[in-house]
Design a protein around this ligand. Structure first.
Ligand code: ATP
Ligand code: MG
Ligand code: MG
Ligand code: MG
Length: 352
């Protein structure tokens, strides 16, 4: 009999649409012969308002790729579709808050059914850029200078805020990057070059998150490494992203033709190896499991490598970096989703 895979997608996050695209690619891979013999997909769509949909409704979103919503007057978010009881392994394909950050992972842990990817700790630590950077620093991984900021500092009185900006200017200088701590796809991120831009960017970031991070800007090549496994994970070949935009913002990420991926990246062997080692260290530092994509800055002139971030549920469309890195390392998409499900089961087994 086939294993029933609960494919969980959509979600209450700014990356809702990306999640649908990722889920479609995974559903397709699971429907191909070699996987179709082993797995049966049960789709679960989480609407933008947080309401769960199963069956025909979820399948329809998966097939069409278009977000849908049944307006519910009194949405009972705790009422899960009866189909959830049949799931034998969960495959959460949710990006950003309420999906990649440990919240869903906590819920799935309570169901006592294995699920793909990191648990509560790894997801939460990987998602929050402040907690993530603390874990990386403790592991001795090189990073750019940064300052952690809270919303209350930004929206404070006219005395605290200017001092905060003074401190950022003195410590980091311009350009610097202002980021909501718990987001992805560059949502809410700004590159700032002046006091006025800094003030506006901080105010904007505060509308997204209670926690904000400001980083010194570096001029560097952007390279990424995929990690796959649990306690003995493997690192993929390195990929590079190039683009003409000011930085790798939302538009550049999701407009076809605006960015190019090079796999494998043209790097000296020593540099590639160092990046792979650092990716594995980062994976362990946040307690990630199953999969992650680790992003780096490589300053060619000095040979410096800075870790930028880890993404515990990276974009998973057929053209996304994560599956492409594995395809180029010898694991095609269809095998990759199979391995991830097997890793979920392995991690859940009581002897692990
Ligand atoms: P993802 O979609 O990969 O999860 P994200 O929203 O978590 O992205 P980051 O990867 O932190 O955001 O930053 C997005 C982009 O902004 C980077 O790919 C890079 O182009 C630019 N960037 C971020 N921080 C810096 C920095 N300190 N110096 C230079 N460029 C930066
Ligand atoms: Mg990210
Ligand atoms: Mg992300
Ligand atoms: Mg990134």
């Amino acid at each position: 009999t086939k294993l029933k895979v609960g494919l969980l997608f959509g979600g209450r996050s700014g990356e809702h649409e990306v999640s649908i695209s990722s889920a479609r690619a995974i559903a397709h891979a699971l429907s191909l012969q070699e996987n179709a013999d082993k797995y049966e997909i049960l789709p679960f769509y989480i609407q933008k308002d947080g309401v769960w949909q199963a069956g025909q409704f979820a399948q329809q979103v998966l097939t069409s790729g278009v977000p849908q919503e049944v307006p519910s007057i009194t949405p009972n978010l705790w009422q899960f579709p009866p189909e959830t009881a049949q799931v034998e392994v969960w495959f959460p394909v949710l990006h950003g808050p309420n999906g990649e950050d440990g919240t869903i992972q906590g819920l799935l842990t309570l169901t006592q059914i294995p699920f793909v990817g990191s648990g509560v700790l790894g997801s939460a630590t990987g998602m929050d850029k402040i907690a993530m950077k603390m874990a990386f620093a403790q592991a001795g991984l090189p990073q750019v200078k940064y300052i952690a900021v809270t919303r209350s500092q930004v929206w404070s009185n006219a005395c605290v805020f200017p001092k905060l900006c003074d401190q950022i200017e003195a410590t980091l200088g311009y350009p610097c990057f202002v980021k909501p701590a718990n987001l992805g796809s560059s949502v809410g991120i700004a590159k700032v070059r002046s006091r006025q831009e800094l003030e506006t960017a901080l105010d904007n970031a505060a509308t997204y998150d209670r926690r904000i991070i400001v980083e010194a800007g570096v001029i560097a090549r952007e390279v990424e490494c995929a990690v796959l496994g649990n306690d003995n994970p493997k690192a993929s070949v390195i990929g590079e992203i190039t683009f003409d935009s000011d930085f790798y913002d939302y538009e550049t990420k999701y407009t076809p033709g605006k960015a190019d991926l090079f796999i494998p990246a043209k790097l000296p062997d020593m540099v590639a190896q160092q990046i792979q080692d650092m990716a594995l260290q980062a994976f362990a530092a946040v307690d990630a499991a199953g999969l992650s994509r680790v992003d780096f800055f490589y300053v060619e002139a000095t040979g410096e490598i800075f870790i930028n971030e880890i993404n515990t549920l990276p974009g998973f469309t057929s053209t996304s970096m994560y599956p492409q890195l594995w395809a180029n390392t010898g694991i095609p998409f269809t095998q990759l989703v199979d391995q991830l499900i097997q890793l979920a089961i392995e991690r859940y087994s009581p002897i692990n």
